[in-house]
Each structure stands twice: as C-alpha cells, then as structure tokens.
Design a protein around this ligand. Structure first.
Ligand SMILES: [Zn+2]
Length: 315
C-alpha cells in the first residue's frame, strides 16, 4: 500500500504526495490525481445519498433544534439502518486539501438528546466558519447514532434490542471483561447491557465501518449529563471545551473510547454535557467549538505526531 504524506506547496496549499517525492516542491500530476480522486469520492457519496425529507420527527424530539437548523444541516442517508429500520443520517463536509478528518457523533445513547442538538449546532458552525478555520478539516457529522433509542417513548439509552452501543465495541477480552463488568460493577443494569457479542448491533457495526472507511484522525463523541470532558488515545488531551474540564473517568470494556482511543490509536474526545434534556447556551456551544478547533490545530495539526502509527493495531 502506498504511504501518503502531507506537504505544503510554497503558496501554503496542502498537497498529498508519496514519501518518494520529498525532494519535489510541487507535483502537478499528483495534485491533479488527488483532485480527481476527491471529485469521484464526492460524486459517489452524492449518488448514494438521499436527502432527509422531513426534519419534523427530529425537531420534535431534540431540544433547541428548530426546523431551519435541521434543514440547513442537509443530512444525507448514510446507508445504514437501525434495528427497527430507521436510517442513520449524517453530513459529510469535505474540504480541499484537508489536513485532518474528524468524525463527530451524537446520540449513541438515545436518551441524551442534548448531544444530538450540539451536533446540529456544530454542523451550522462548520458551514459558516469553513473559510476562517485554522485547519482545513474534512468533517463528518452523525447527530443521532441510535435513532431507535431516541424515538422510543420515553427515549432510551440502549438500542431497540436493549444493547448499550457504547459497550458493544470489540475491545480485547471483550467476552470476559464486558460481561464481568456488567454483572459485577453495574449489577446487571439493563441500561448497560453490552450485548451478546461485540458488534452484535447494526448501529455499532456502522460506526466501526465508518472508522475503517473514513479513517478519522479524531473522533468526538457527545454524551450527557455528567458535565465533563474525557479523552482516550494518543496526543495531549484538551484540558477544557467551554466550561467542561478534563476529568478522565476510566476505561470501560467495549466502549468507543477504549476501542478507538486505546486499541486503534485514534484520539477520542468524549464530551459529557451537563444536561441530557437542555443544551448549553448558544455562546457556550460556540466557545466549545472554538476550543475544539484550537486544540485540534495545536495538537493534531500537520507536523504533529500523534504516535498513532506507532501503536500496535490490534483490530
Ligand atoms: Zn452517554
């Protein structure tokens, strides 16, 4: 497989080239090739994606999301279905010569509605702040990974089969540790059932496929209501996003942070908003976004080693 490395041309335009081209300042053929590959990738996404027809159901369930905000997000069908057959919607926002790819997830737990709302607000910010952002980022947003949990009455943390999706990822020794943790530490809390086997659920399988195909440099996963910031993986963690401060709460068998951050070497920022039913203020959400961009630029920008490529890949 060819290894691609990011360089910058004299004008500061990011170009991707192979390691063998280190001496060349500019390679028109390679640049042309990159553009063509990018256009084909965008067309193939567009061809497969179906725009969301109605925001009504989401607007009714998610706090502080008006129809206009939902419609402006231009969510597309990500070609995945929940257990009950609901589409999983997402927004892919490529950027010319992107320095980084960032996957932002809300609503892994269906009863943490504010987490989905934050993702809608951040989609709007990514749309308007594209030109002024410190880095060119290819964003992918998934506001509601567990739509069956969100639309259950009342909304539920788990998916339609009662599985806590954030315990269903294939961390090492899952069969032993996830079951043991559930029995001994949660006392068989039905809200924390890890499932019968890792990746038993279509929603967790979809997320794993996203990690494998999109290959994000950073995953941001939004939860509620503990009011803190958690971090797993290589790189120096952000110490705050808005008013949320870093408080690394521990490692759970089968969690996304454990799987993505520790075993795949992809930094995972986990945001715990202070309330599941109310969002922070608009100003606070904007400050969190600005802090995320600043930390990303400082710690994950071009030339910063995350050590990810040196970690053993266990999956
Ligand atoms: Zn959660």
């Amino acid at each position: 497989m060819r290894k691609f490395t990011l360089y910058r041309s004299v004008e500061g335009v990011a170009i991707w080239t192979t390691r063998g081209y280190q001496g060349a300042s500019y390679n028109a053929d390679m640049r042309f090739h990159t553009i063509i590959v990018g256009v084909i990738a965008m067309l193939s996404i567009a061809a497969h994606a179906i725009p969301m027809r109605s925001c009504g159901a989401y607007v009714a369930k998610i706090p502080n999301v008006k129809p206009q905000l939902c419609e402006a997000a231009q969510l597309q069908d990500m070609q995945a279905r929940s257990v009950q057959g609901r589409p999983i919607w997402g927004r892919d926002m490529p950027s010319d010569g992107a320095d980084l790819k960032i996957l932002v997830l809300g609503g892994i737990h269906g009863d943490e509605m504010s987490s989905s709302s934050l993702v809608f607000h951040w989609i709007a910010m990514a749309q308007t702040a594209h030109a002024t952002a410190p880095l060119a980022v290819h964003w992918r947003f998934i506001p509601s990974l567990n739509p069956d949990g969100l639309f259950a009455r009342p909304a539920r943390r788990v998916n339609a089969r009662g599985v806590d999706l954030n315990r269903n990822f294939p961390t090492p020794n899952w069969a032993r540790d996830a079951r043991h943790y559930w029995e001994a530490r949660t006392r068989k809390d039905p809200r924390r059932w890890p499932g019968s086997k890792p990746l038993s659920e279509p929603e967790s399988r979809f997320l794993l496929e996203q990690m494998d195909s999109f290959k994000p440099n950073l995953i941001v996963s939004v939860h509620a209501p503990f009011g803190l910031l958690d971090f797993d993986g290589p790189s120096v963690p952000p110490n705050k996003l808005g008013r949320l401060y870093l408080d690394q709460v521990g490692i759970y068998p089968g969690s996304l942070g454990n799987y993505g951050g520790i075993h795949k070497g992809v930094p995972v920022v986990t945001i715990e908003l202070p309330s599941a039913s109310r969002t922070p203020t608009d100003g606070e959400m904007r400050q969190m976004w600005a802090d995320l961009l600043r930390w990303t630029s400082d710690r994950l920008g071009p030339g910063i080693s995350t050590a990810a490529e040196h970690l053993p890949k266990q999956h």
